[in-house]
Unconditional design. Structure first.
Length: 244
């Protein structure tokens, strides 16, 4: 257990303000129960998790409703867990934000890659006055082509971002905390199936941002949405922006 994990488990009372964790889920029924169970160990009783089931490519949503360890079963046993309808990824996050009861929100994936030990630290930064706290993900042991995809995507994303936010090391992270109003505004005009939610947040308004260093863990289920087709789409968007 890391020092951060020890400190977080020892401060189970939380950062002193209630918050909501927004968790979009896509074909992750086989792992979401484990992800939620681990996350709940870190959350105080006044926090909540809102799970939004994004469009399913198979029958995992049906299986999830029947699974004793799925999100709906956990919601029946723990009042901190709630489930709402999703859609595309951006739509799932938007629906979860609308369903959230608290102003401070943390967005994290359901596939087990994001370390829940960082959630409390993110919320503490928001409570201290930051508008945005990003999980600065350290990718360890990744294959060379995954690293190349990530670094190319980061470069293209930074070129599209306002100068004031280019210092963030992982601007397309799916693990970040902000205020519900900021998130709702950023998602207002975003396509339902868009997945770069953080980029939309960064470009929505002037934000006081900070980061939390955390290690991205191996994905247990689901698949990455980042591929060379996405890179090509980003390049086209950048060229259109430069041509204006």
């Amino acid at each position: 257990m890391t020092e951060l994990e020890r400190e977080t488990r020892d401060s189970r009372s939380g950062p002193g303000v209630p918050f909501s964790v927004l968790m979009p889920a896509y074909n992750e029924t086989d792992v979401i129960g484990t992800t939620l169970t681990e996350l709940l160990e870190y959350l105080p009783q006044d926090a909540e998790v809102v799970v939004a089931a994004a469009d399913q490519a198979d029958d995992s949503l049906v299986r999830g409703e029947r699974s004793p360890t799925g999100e709906r079963a956990l919601a029946g046993r723990d009042r901190r867990v709630r489930v709402c309808d999703g859609g595309g990824l951006a739509e799932a996050v938007r629906n979860a934000a609308h369903a959230a009861r608290h102003d401070l929100v943390v967005v994290m994936d359901a596939d087990g890659q994001h370390d829940p030990a960082a959630v409390i630290e993110m919320v503490a930064a928001l409570a201290d006055g930051y508008d945005l706290c990003v999980g600065e993900l350290e990718q360890q042991g990744k294959k060379w082509y995954r690293m190349a995809l990530t670094r190319t995507s980061i470069l293209l994303t930074r070129l599209r971002m306002p100068r004031r936010t280019r210092g963030l090391r992982f601007p397309q992270s799916g693990f970040f905390g902000t205020h519900r109003s900021v998130l709702a505004e950023a998602l207002e005009g975003m396509a339902p199936h868009g997945f770069k939610v953080l980029v939309a947040v960064l470009m929505s308004r002037r934000l006081q941002a900070t980061g939390v260093e955390t290690v991205i863990r191996d994905r247990v289920a689901g698949e990455s949405k980042l591929n060379w087709r996405t890179i090509a789409s980003d390049a086209r968007l950048l060229l259109r922006r430069c041509g204006r």
